[in-house]
Design a protein around this ligand. Structure first.
Ligand code: HEM
Length: 162
């Protein structure tokens, strides 16, 4: 095992694999509410960077749905965190925010997409990750699109599986 780079020590609580403990809840004013399961994997190779993969599935059919992967960095000597993300929908984003204890609040500061990405386009994303006192990890995602102001899209909790 490669030793953890001390730069990412403040995020060591994320490392490993997580699985939704009960199906997550998806919603948005323009869509039918849905439920999904999701696996998260956070790893490192000794660099001052965390690598991540998030894979979501239909909660009943288990069909693969949304997928994203990328990197997490911390600005040295600060509590500023950055997520560098690629999504299977054709979206790429940079999200930045603050780490406070075992909670991160992030917002998109750059978004780009393939020329033929499905509409409506996302204009802004907010996320919060929190390791709760009961040991579960929670993720809440809100977004604004061409048509809708900032509204919650996802709410899910995970239990650690390794
Ligand atoms: C719909 C963005 C994550 C499942 C949508 C829409 C957008 C969007 C823009 C269309 C809304 C509209 O028509 O007004 C995003 C972004 C995500 C994300 C930016 C991550 C940051 C997820 C995840 C799932 C998911 C993890 C889990 C399965 C869905 C479903 C719909 C939807 C089922 C409705 C059907 C469809 O349009 O495909 N999402 N989404 N999304 N999203 Fe997400």
């Amino acid at each position: 095992d490669v030793p953890l780079n001390p730069a990412i020590l403040p995020l060591d609580w994320l490392l490993g694999s997580w699985e939704s403990d009960e199906p997550g809840e998806g919603s948005f004013p323009t869509i039918k509410p849905f439920r999904y399961t999701e696996m998260l994997h956070f790893s490192h190779v000794g660099q001052p960077v965390i690598n991540f993969m998030f894979n979501a599935y239909h909660s009943e059919t288990k069909k693969p749905l949304h997928r994203e992967c990328g990197f997490i960095r911390i600005q040295p000597g600060t509590n500023r965190v950055a997520f560098i993300i690629a999504q299977n929908s054709g979206l790429v984003e940079i999200e930045e925010g603050e780490l406070s204890g075992q909670q991160m609040s992030l917002q998109s500061c750059a978004l780009a997409r393939t020329s033929f990405a499905k509409e409506p386009h996302v204009r802004q994303i907010f996320r919060v990750f929190q390791l709760r006192a009961d040991g579960k990890l929670e993720q809440v995602v809100s977004m604004a699109t061409d048509d809708q102001p900032l509204t919650q899209h996802l709410n899910i909790t995970y239990r650690r599986c390794s």
